[in-house]
Design a protein around this ligand. Structure first.
Ligand SMILES: Nc1nc2c(c(=O)[nH]1)N[C@H]1C(S)=C(S)[C@@H](COP(=O)(O)O)O[C@H]1N2
Ligand SMILES: [Mo]
Length: 204
């Protein structure tokens, strides 16, 4: 194995480095997956004002795609060239159409963790509800059975153990966004902390 850091100089966002291995980082315990109790929900401002709910059997049969992308944590590690497989944000909104007034989504996880995204970030290339990483099922530590992946934003937006998407007609801060982290979280602009937010980058 070549060390990806020395193989060639791939541009990383400012302040980032490539560690050995893939760190596990989250707040709170790793939830236990019980397929019979598990569901995935869509609620909030849907197009027809209805809610969506998929059981694990149903969710597993939704069409998936693959994408390769880097993964940038605000604690400064970057994992390059991950092969993710899952349901893209673009495919997801086809399955569960949002109301035209929807501007943002909140992605919810087990134990109430959440992250907010602009709709454009949810629809961006590479954003997906991933079930597989580098050809294998996610491990419990990394979000099994389903995690959001938003490769172009800091990884606290990449919600592990995702259980629901809420469509928002007004932005609202998620778990870390409420606790001092940047509402948008673009690593190329080093948007780490909320005090860096400019007009229009946070909910009114
Ligand atoms: N449900 C949940 N998802 C989460 C977190 C969390 O605390 N809970 N932490 C986030 C943070 S801060 C990071 S850096 C990434 C880390 O993902 P990894 O453990 O797969 O490296 O998960 C994100 N997703
Ligand atoms: Mo993080």
């Amino acid at each position: 194995m070549t060390d990806p850091g020395t193989e060639f100089e791939k541009p990383l966002p400012p302040g980032q480095y490539v560690p050995r291995g893939w760190p596990v980082l989250h707040y709170g315990p790793v939830p236990k997956f019980r397929p019979k109790d598990w569901d995935f929900r869509v609620y909030g401002a849907t197009a027809g004002d209805q809610q969506y709910r998929w059981s694990w059997d149903e969710f597993e049969r939704l069409p998936t795609e693959k994408a390769i992308a880097d993964f940038h944590c605000v604690t400064k590690f970057t994992i390059p060239d991950n092969l993710w497989e899952g349901i893209t944000g673009a495919a997801f909104v086809e399955l569960a159409p949002p109301h035209p007034d929807v501007t943002h989504v909140m992605v919810w996880a087990e134990y109430g963790y959440s992250a907010n995204l602009r709709m454009a970030d949810f629809l961006a290339d590479g954003t997906m509800l991933a079930t597989h990483h580098n050809g294998e099922r996610l491990t419990p530590d990394h979000g099994y059975p389903v995690r959001l992946v938003v490769p172009h934003l800091y990884a606290w937006k990449s919600v592990k153990w995702a259980r629901a998407v809420e469509y928002l007609v007004q932005d609202r801060r998620g778990f870390w966004e409420e606790r001092g982290y940047h509402n948008t979280a673009d690593p190329w602009r080093e948007q780490r902390y909320s005090y860096q937010e400019e007009d229009g980058e946070s909910p009114s």
